[in-house]
Design a protein around this ligand. Sequence first.
Ligand code: BDR
Ligand code: CA
Length: 277
Amino acid sequence: AHRLIIDTDPGVDDAFAIALAARSPEVELVGLTTVFGNVGLDLTTRNAQRLLAYLGRTDVPVVRGAEGPGGAADVHGEDGLGGQAHTLPESDTELFGDDVTGFFRERLTPETVVVAIGPQTNIARALDAGVEFPRLIVMGGGLDVGNTTARAEFNFWADPQAARTVIRKANPIVVPLNLTHRCIADAEFLAKVDQTLSNLTGTYRAYLAGRSENEGIYVHDAVAVAEAIIPGTLKTTTHLLDVDDEGALVEGKHQVEVAEDCDWPALRAFMEQRLSV
Ligand code: BDR
Ligand code: CA
């Protein structure tokens, strides 16, 4: 099994991503590092702990990371989990401190994959402190598509400078909206999987119902984690990119692998199977 650390701001699709990792024998989940994002850091950290308690994985350390304003309660609910965080057990395990850079220094081996599925603040700080990531997969950005402004995706918009640092320094695999907007957990999907997880999606479904034809949710973050579980799940193309002040992914001179395609029916079946109890 290869080692996996998830940097996360749970978040409904983050919850699906964490569950997918926790229930996949191909990876050893080494830790969750938290970041502000969908909601504030206190809530994203508590949600990470509760999800691990629900998944029976309180052995996995949670490290509290960067603070900032929560920005997506309209999608993820005021508590970050569709108003249903209270349906998950309270964790009785203490936090593993608040030094994310130190945690990376200690736990990153050449076989460790980091998947960053929130604002890139923790990752950028670690890079600035000299941490090297052997393999970094990032959910964020969009090529000519946004979901927060017309041009910017939420994670990159929430901390454009951090996203820029990651794009310029870390040689990441980027999983953009162009791909994740095709990866929809629809009503049929949600009926098949763990109902405790499905029940987190109400706010998100209501939000999307007003905006698109899709009945369901985008599982952005779980798509990125799937690539860590089974490398090659996503098909990548090399692009030369940068991030502008708004957080939009733009043409530039930094080499990035962009995950532009996947076999969604196969990936969907894989997720359904792993997320069922
Ligand atoms: C990203 O933003 C968040 O709201 C989701 O959890 C995902 O990480 C999608 O733009
Ligand atoms: Ca997220």
